[in-house]
Design a protein around this ligand. Structure first.
Ligand code: ADP
Ligand code: MG
Length: 251
């Protein structure tokens, strides 16, 4: 039975009083935010405001200096945490797709299933094929990454993450490196994921996506949360001058 795909469960995230410094540069200053199971939260803000650092703290790619983070019941800041066990439940998609160039699309989506989840090759291939089909790339399993467009490569990266049956997905500017004409296909996949009830924390500059898909929007600047609330409110009727300035620049 351990071979079967577990049924999908959404996990939430609760961040409380998070602090992170690089040397004397404090880039996250007492950040608190939560994402409820099944919720989509978009994190927006100017470059250098700490968005990537925050996302990386959630799955311990960066070690926080203070505060607590709970991911689906795992206390991420507990020194006794089994980091690999926690990370199994967290999918991450980056601006750069980081696919293995020497592996086919299908192999890119099976390698971690085999190594980390110890699935059989048949099972891993079945799950990978299912997720490639979900992102519209069922026919591309035998290609290599450099035979695909940027948008297609990013969709493979999403299928790869989904093949680990995550309970939470973190996206760090997933469309920022794409040609404008392929941005929409990646956002469409993310919309579908949201509709399926995936918990998602998404750093993005795509304001239309944030407005339409996010349950809540969190605006960060200078390592603090400046404004947060329902997407329509934060984007449609920003209360702070900093958020108003930011919107003027990105809209
Ligand atoms: P954003 O994603 O909002 O653009 P980042 O989280 O990447 O912001 O960066 C926030 C601040 O932290 C920046 O001032 C950046 O230079 C600094 N920073 C990020 N990563 C590192 C690192 N590994 N070492 C030192 N400083 C870093
Ligand atoms: Mg960033």
């Amino acid at each position: 039975m351990s071979d079967s795909t577990p049924s999908f469960t959404a996990a939430g995230v609760t961040i409380s009083g998070l602090r992170k410094s690089y040397g004397s540069n404090e880039v996250l200053k007492d950040i608190s935010l939560s994402v409820n199971p099944g919720e989509v939260v978009c994190l927006i803000g100017p470059s250098g405001s700490g968005k990537s650092t925050l996302l990386r703290c959630v799955n311990l790619l960066e070690q926080p200096n203070g505060g607590t983070i709970d991911v689906g019941g795992y206390d991420v800041t507990d020194p006794d945490l089994d980091i690999d066990e926690m990370r199994r439940h967290v999918g991450m998609v980056f601006q750069q797709f980081n696919l293995f160039p020497h592996l086919t699309v299908l192999e890119n989506c099976t390698v971690a299933q085999l190594k980390v989840l110890k699935r059989s090759k048949d099972e891993a291939q079945r799950v990978a094929q299912q997720n490639l089909t979900k992102v519209g790339l069922g026919e591309f399993a035998d290609r290599y990454p450099d035979q695909l467009s940027g948008g297609q490569q990013q969709r493979v990266a999403i299928a790869r993450a989904l093949s680990m049956d995550p309970q939470l997905m973190l996206f760090d500017e997933p469309t920022s490196a794409l040609d404008p004409e392929t941005v929409g296909e990646v956002l469409a996949i993310m919309r579908n994921l949201a509709k399926d009830g995936m918990t998602m924390l998404v750093v993005t500059h795509e304001m239309a996506f944030a407005r339409d898909v996010a349950d809540r929007v969190v605006f960060m600047d200078g390592g603090v949360v400046v404004e947060e609330g329902p997407a329509a409110q934060v984007i449609g009727d920003p209360q702070t001058p900093r958020m108003q300035d930011f919107l003027k620049r990105v809209l």
